[in-house]
Design a binder for this molecule. Structure first.
Ligand code: ADP
Ligand code: MG
Length: 665
């Protein structure tokens, strides 16, 4: 196969543009697939109506007349004989083609038919006749300076020779599914002739992607499972005793999750588990129990969270929960005095500290552990799953528990997270009332203030999310302060108002959050995020301005900040647009349903933020549309990896590919 720079028409400039499209070598180029096709079929001009699209061939009748406008634009007119009718053709800004358009030239014209004036407004000319054939033209994603046509032409140069590409689908599976060979499939995809063949070709390439993806997953899972984890000897009575001391009764799903984690911990298999549960479902206490068990078996635990506010909150929770147990718990913050930090590092290294809570610094920095046995990450979707850890640990492979509130539809999750076990908390703690959600127009702000006032009068607290303009921090800030002024006008005499925004230091944020937690502040205004996971039971109203700017799942997360106790809570979505979509939230409080809907509306891209984007970037396959195929690929890949085939020299290239790209951990 020719290299890119050996292709006709590809110089340094084009090479650069190709790189920009992610095409670095000839294989990238032949696997740069069209994203759609244009079907060229000769129109029956007599059947067309005014302004219909037309595709028709014929010959040029006369020398075109060309008129140049002042602004470098031009227009050309000529007569065109289709064999059945003589029409006028008008085309803009192709003056440079004039010399090629001699009388008698064969052309296929694509454009719009102005029947009234018997004129075709052309937008494309092809210098060949179409005849009775139906042509399917591939259309590629292009970039400025490099058109779809050019890309097609380069690809054609490669297709004209013999392709050297190998399918990563084992040949017995290619036989089983009667796939067309990979070389043939690639040719067909770029030069399709009939629908049926095209579909078969696409199937091979989709399946290949899904098969390789699942193979990677299964391989990861095998590797992790084979890693010898810690085998602990703890009686389940310890769990029962601990649970009895809690101020509430665990929900059924919490109990099941605890049991699943317990089983992982006492087995020698390394735990690699995702604990999924909607916001407010009570994941934290489950993770605390896991840390308690880990402590009982003599190991240290690290709880990692994405923000310091959340770290602080977990720290407070942990101190409260373990106050009658003899555990040493510490909080590691970014901005600590050097001496304080040093003390914590020492405590971790000599094993004095049993539980350490903090942000990612816990494993990223050169923190040394005496015997770290369990690593928990909360709000997992904000980290990459495979964040490389450079744990300095005493030769132990710690168990890992991930927690996430990003609800991924279960069937998808089970399939995609082939490398993890999953525990699911589906139900909310007893006594919770569903949050009532309203959708309001900007000019209905009075209703919103009334609702706030009512709740404030009942001594409850309110979150307000300020309008957000992503492009500019400065405007965001102005919005926050403007909103603060408005709120002050409405409530300033009676209630205290606090502001949180991205430009504040962690310390400032922390102190505002504390004041809110202790009800010194009743109204908390914030730019987006408020930090995921904050838990203030007394807050009963969540007001979100410009709701249309958020995805449904993100709004659901924000809504989850209220409704965390027996109190009736409310969420108000303020928006002047996108009512149809936002309405979903007024109808359900079920995160899984919301996420299904988000999934339906926006595709998989957003949902799987958990996965590093590269891993999920399929060229052909679509997780949702091709889900059945994914399930097959899952089964087949599992069978393959467990069979002798996987170790045969014949399939070494597949194994190599998996193992070189699975450089995690
Ligand atoms: P999330 O799953 O969103 O992290 P949390 O763990 O923060 O949720 O729990 C939300 C709130 O519910 C906390 O205040 C927690 O103490 C409380 N909670 C957890 N489990 C139960 C339960 N079984 N019964 C009553 N309240 C519970
Ligand atoms: Mg949480």
């Amino acid at each position: 196969m020719k290299e890119l720079n050996e292709l006709k028409g590809v110089g340094p400039k084009t090479l650069n543009l190709l790189n920009k499209l992610g095409i670095d070598d000839n294989i990238d180029l032949v696997t740069y697939y069209p994203f759609r096709y244009e079907v060229l079929k000769r129109s029956d001009i007599y059947q067309l109506n005014q302004d219909d699209k037309i595709i028709i061939d014929g010959v040029v009748e006369n020398i075109p007349s060309l008129f140049r406008f002042k602004n470098k634009k031009d227009v050309m007119n000529f007569h065109f004989n289709t064999g059945e009718i003589l029409v006028k053709v008008t085309i803009y800004n192709r003056g440079f083609l004039k010399s090629k358009l001699n009388p008698g030239t064969n052309l296929t014209i694509i454009g719009k038919y102005d029947k009234l004036h018997n004129t075709i407004i052309a937008n494309d000319l092809r210098f060949e006749l179409l005849g009775e054939e139906i042509k399917i033209e591939p259309i590629y994603h292009s970039t400025y300076g490099l058109s779809s046509k050019q890309i097609g032409a380069y690809i054609n140069q490669l297709l004209d020779e013999e392709l050297v590409v190998k399918s990563y689908v084992p040949d017995y599976l290619i036989d089983k599914y009667k796939f067309i060979s990979k070389e043939e499939s690639i040719k067909i995809i770029h030069r399709p002739t009939e629908q049926n063949k095209l579909k078969q070709a696409i199937n091979h390439l989709k399946y290949e992607e899904l098969f390789m993806f699942m193979l990677k997953m299964n391989n990861l899972k095998e590797n992790k499972n084979n890693k010898i984890g810690l085998k602990r000897n703890i009686s389940f009575d310890k769990v029962t005793e601990f649970i009895k001391e809690l101020s509430f009764k665990l929900t059924k799903d919490q109990e099941i999750s605890v049991k699943e984690i317990y089983d992982d911990l006492i087995s020698s298999k390394r735990m690699n588990r995702l604990l999924q549960g909607d916001v407010g479902s009570g994941k934290t206490v489950v993770s605390m129990i896991a840390m308690y068990l880990n402590y009982l078996s003599g190991y240290q635990s690290a709880l990692m969270v994405p923000t310091e506010i959340l770290a602080n909150q977990h720290f407070i929770n942990a101190l409260e929960l373990f106050k009658s147990y003899d555990l040493k718990i510490e909080l590691l913050k970014g901005k600590m005095k050097v001496t304080e930090k040093k003390q914590i590092y020492e405590g971790l290294e000599n094993g004095e500290i049993d539980i350490i809570i903090g942000t990612h610094a816990l494993i990223q920095e050169e923190v040394k552990y005496y015997n770290l046995g369990l690593v928990i990450t909360d709000e997992q979707h904000r980290f990459g799953v495979n964040q490389r850890s450079n744990l300095k640990n005493k030769g132990i492979t710690p168990d890992v528990l991930y927690m996430s509130a990003t609800p991924i539809p279960r069937t998808y999750a089970l399939t995609l997270y082939g490398d993890m076990d999953i525990s699911n908390i589906k139900t909310m703690p007893e006594g919770r009332k569903e949050v009532i959600t309203y959708l309001k127009h900007n000019d209905e702000i009075k209703d919103v203030l009334n609702l706030m006032y009512q709740e404030l009068k009942n001594n409850h607290q309110v979150y307000v999310i300020a309008p957000l303009i992503e492009e500019s921090d400065k405007i965001d800030l102005e919005n926050v302060y403007e909103l603060e002024n408005k709120m002050k006008k409405a409530f300033g005499k009676l209630y205290s108002i606090g502001v949180l925004h991205g430009k504040m230091t962690n310390q400032e944020k922390g102190s505002i959050m504390n004041d809110f937690r202790n009800n010194k502040i009743q109204i908390l205004i914030s730019t987006t995020v408020i930090e995921v996971g904050v838990d203030v039971e007394n807050a009963t109203v969540m007001v979100i301005f410009d709701s249309y700017r958020f995805g449904l799942s993100a709004l659901h997360q924000l809504r989850g900040r209220v409704g965390r106790s027996h109190l009736q809570s409310y969420c108000v979505l303020i928006s002047n647009q996108d009512a149809e979509r936002l309405k979903v939230l007024t109808k359900t409080n079920d995160g899984f349903k919301v996420s299904e809907e988000d999934f339906r509306l926006r595709g998989s891209g957003d949902l799987f933020g958990v996965r590093q984007s590269g891993e999920m970037a399929f060229k052909m396959a679509d997780i949702k549309q091709d889900f059945k195929m994914l399930l097959k690929a899952k089964e087949d890949s599992l069978e393959f990896i467990k069979s002798h085939n996987y170790h045969e020299p014949h399939y070494k290239f597949i194994k190599d590919r998996i193992e070189t790209t699975n450089n995690l951990d």
